[in-house]
Design a protein around this ligand. Structure first.
Ligand SMILES: [Zn+2]
Length: 265
């Protein structure tokens, strides 16, 4: 028998009880899986930077539009494919094949709920290519509609970074550092923030982050500190603006995902 206490207290899937779950999750439900990372982020940012950003953007957006569009949030996956930082102790990473298997397992379980839409909110650019592969595998294997979103499009994938970073603010740079100054300032050490822009790439026309020719890289290919970008001018105000934009844009995307349907025949 349902009662007033049968109402969900949040849009967090793992806080539901089984009878609520059976009543509330249906083919119209959208499941959001944040993807974090536990990886070195230079001397000034914590290992959990991508985890904090992905989880907070996803949580805030689902809080805003979840009720309107039947969106539900899964707990973040903390460990993902961070092997470009394998050289740094404290980086806890899954191999590409392991992460692909984990995403397939998550997809299989989501498909079993009856929901048809699974959205990855990915905070770590090093996952993007693999999640793109996983999205097609999940569509074929489990019939899900699958989506890949980011808090902000990574600069090495066509997104922007601060002008003074010359498109190189891809890891621990101005935007990520500003976001963390807004979301978790107690974890940031601005006294340790230094500019690290790979000059050898800035002058390249093709072989550069976001250029027409991609290349395999490790984060210590550009210096021992491990970050790539210029965090020195980062501010909490800039972080708040970036966060608000990210939450609003992801909320809008979820509304569109709710209307999106495959096959389109
Ligand atoms: Zn990051």
């Amino acid at each position: 028998m349902s009662s007033a206490t049968d109402r969900p207290s949040s849009r967090r899937l793992d806080e539901l009880r089984a009878p609520q779950f059976d009543r509330l999750i249906s083919a119209s439900s959208i499941i959001v899986q944040p993807l974090g990372a536990v990886e070195q982020h230079g001397p000034h940012l914590p290992f959990n930077t991508d985890l904090v950003i992905a989880d907070r953007v996803a949580s805030a957006a689902v809080e805003r539009v979840g009720e309107a569009h039947d969106v539900w949030l899964l707990p973040p996956l903390a460990y993902t494919k961070s092997n470009e930082h394998a050289w740094s102790s404290g980086t806890i990473w899954l191999s590409a094949t392991t992460l692909l298997s984990v995403l397939d397992d998550i997809g299989r379980c989501v498909a079993q709920t009856g929901a048809r839409r699974l959205v990855f909110m990915n905070g770590h650019g090093g996952n993007s290519a693999l999640v793109g592969v996983a999205n097609r595998e999940l569509r074929l294997a489990h019939g899900l509609m699958t989506f890949l979103a980011h808090p902000g499009v990574p600069p090495d994938q066509g997104g922007e970074s601060a002008a003074h970073e010359h498109g190189m603010g891809i890891h621990g740079g101005a935007d990520e550092t500003s976001l963390m100054l807004h979301l978790a300032p107690h974890l940031v050490d601005m006294a340790a923030a230094t500019r690290n822009i790979p000059g050898g790439l800035v002058d390249n026309e093709h072989v550069r982050f976001g250029g027409s020719v991609g290349f395999g890289w490790l984060s210590n290919d550009f210096g021992a500190d491990g970050h790539i970008g210029d965090p020195t001018g980062a501010t909490a105000e800039r972080g708040e603006a970036i966060f608000e934009t990210a939450v609003e844009r992801f909320g809008d995307a979820l509304a569109e995902i709710a209307r999106f349907d495959l096959p389109m025949t």
